[in-house]
Design a protein around this ligand. Structure first.
Ligand code: GUN
Length: 282
């Protein structure tokens, strides 16, 4: 079984991006800039943002974090986004989720200029991705896609099963696999015979948020299995895949942690650079 090393893949990607940023600096005499807005004091969000900042600096991007207290008004955030939309030194804007309840997530997402939407959450990017046009692609499914391609460079005709239908993961993952000519089944917690559906997959991507849902006898021999889950349990952090059992059946499998997670941040940097390049073309 191939243990898919997300840490190593992410380090390789960051290395490539670092070279690209150096080239872009030579051509344009400036570097792409990423601005993250962080609201409140949620520990996981603070950790993510710190890691994002560290990685952005490592590859040579201009990196800013703007912090607000939990009580900040929605209007203040929308005004800041408007200012960042107009700021030429800002290539990408990311508002860290989740947001406090009094702030309308959709309003915030739609306020970000689609060309600076490094999360790929803006409806225009969602639409462009599903139409097969150029767009920002959400970082986690993009990371999964790059890991899958390392194992299976030719996905044409493969059967892919995506477990989970979220806007963040399941739906964009489906679009990426469709673009590669996979036959994609999108499943979720209410799917009848979820085990039977999973068993059909040459590729299985689990992004449903249920600890160790995908068991060893749910997976076809030699399938490539990608585990997006990060679930806190009594025995620590586990994914959506029963790692030990599935590792005996799968051809390749991502661990949790150290699989998809590190790729997500590297893909955020990639998206920032892509946004910069598109803005320079205009
Ligand atoms: N919170 C957890 N993951 C993400 C992500 O990919 N983007 C944003 N904006 N917030 C998150």
């Amino acid at each position: 079984m191939i243990l898919i090393d997300g840490k190593k893949a992410a380090a390789e990607l960051r290395n490539e991006l670092k070279k690209e940023v150096a080239e872009l600096k030579k051509i344009h005499n400036k570097v792409p800039g990423l601005t993250v807005i962080l609201i409140g004091e949620l520990a996981p969000s603070k950790i993510y943002v710190k890691n994002k900042e560290k990685s952005a600096v490592e590859v040579g991007l201009k990196s800013d974090v703007i912090r607000y207290p939990e009580t900040v008004e929605e209007k203040t955030i929308l005004e800041k986004i408007d200012e960042l939309n107009k700021d030429e030194s800002v290539s990408g804007i990311l508002v860290q989720l989740p947001l406090p309840k009094h702030i309308d997530k959709q309003k915030v997402i739609e306020a970000i200029s689609p060309g600076k939407d490094v999360d790929g959450f803006h409806p225009m990017n969602v639409g462009n991705l599903s139409s097969g046009y150029e767009s920002s692609v959400p970082c986690t499914p993009l990371g999964c896609y790059l890991l899958i391609k390392k194992i299976e460079p030719n996905l044409s005709g493969k059967k892919a099963v995506v477990v989970g239908r979220s806007n963040l993961n399941g739906k964009p993952m489906t679009q990426l696999l469709l673009k590669e000519n996979c036959t994609v089944t999108i499943t979720h917690s209410k799917t009848a015979d979820l085990k039977g559906e999973c068993l059909k997959g040459d590729i299985v991507v689990a992004a449903v948020g249920i600890p160790e849902l995908v068991k060893g006898d749910w997976v076809k021999k030699d399938a490539v299995v990608i585990d997006v889950g990060i679930n806190k349990t009594e025995k620590g952090i586990v994914g959506d895949v029963a790692f030990e059992e599935v590792s005996k059946v799968a051809k390749a499998l991502t661990p949790v942690p150290g699989g998809v997670g590190p790729m997500t941040i590297a893909c955020l940097l990639k998206n920032t650079i892509e946004c910069f390049k598109r803005s320079q073309k205009k």
